[in-house]
Write a protein that binds this ligand. Structure first.
Ligand SMILES: [Fe+2]
Length: 192
């Protein structure tokens, strides 16, 4: 795993190679995060059931397409900076710091509850990466800002299903995917 902390032999003109190495390291985890998200969104697309099936099933494909675009852009930025994008499932699983999505066939609301938490994790880490790249590389930061705007919009699409007319989220305070899924499901049953 030493490979991803190595200083690149070349990078974009005008950027110190040490800075490029830092940015590549940050982007390595953003790439894992986005690859994980794209797979998870498809998993939900296939496993969602219940009365809101078609709405959620169809909502997710444009999100998958957009996230796949982000993946490609992020990987190519790593290459542009002289780094090595890690696109294999083995590297993703070995290096990720979050749990695998563990909701199988389940009601739309349960999946949306869990997805809210998935998006929260991705967005929080993307925002941290945006801050880290502020000084190091505004070009990478610009890419991350564009991605964040889309990711935050997609999380709102998810959250709008979980929000009461009073503006409260049914997933508030949930720490695990299971908790979020349970809370969302219980809330939907109570208000049905
Ligand atoms: Fe499909």
């Amino acid at each position: 795993m030493a490979e991803h902390t190595t200083t690149p032999h070349y990078t974009v003109p005008g950027m110190p190679k040490e800075d490029a190495a830092r940015v590549v390291e940050v982007l390595r985890m953003r790439l894992h995060s986005l690859n994980d998200l794209a797979l998870t969104l498809k998993h939900v697309h296939w496993n969602v059931v219940g009365p809101h099936f078609i709405a959620v099933h169809e909502m997710l494909d444009p999100q998958v397409d957009a996230v796949r675009e982000m993946i490609d852009t992020t990987a190519e930025r790593i290459s542009t900076l002289g780094g090595v994008p890690a696109g294999t499932p083995g590297a993703l699983v070995a290096e990720r710091t979050w749990d695998d999505y563990d909701v199988g066939r389940a009601d739309a609301v349960a999946h949306l509850g869990a997805l809210d938490l998935v998006y929260a994790g991705v967005i929080e880490d993307h925002r941290a990466a945006m801050k880290t790249t502020d000084e190091l590389d505004p070009v990478t930061q610009d890419m991350l800002i564009g991605q964040l705007a889309q990711l935050e919009l997609f999380q709102w699409f998810v959250r709008a299903h979980l929000e009461s007319s009073g503006g409260r989220l049914s997933t508030a305070g949930a720490h695990t995917l299971d908790e979020a899924a349970d809370q969302a499901l219980r809330d939907a049953r109570r208000t049905a």
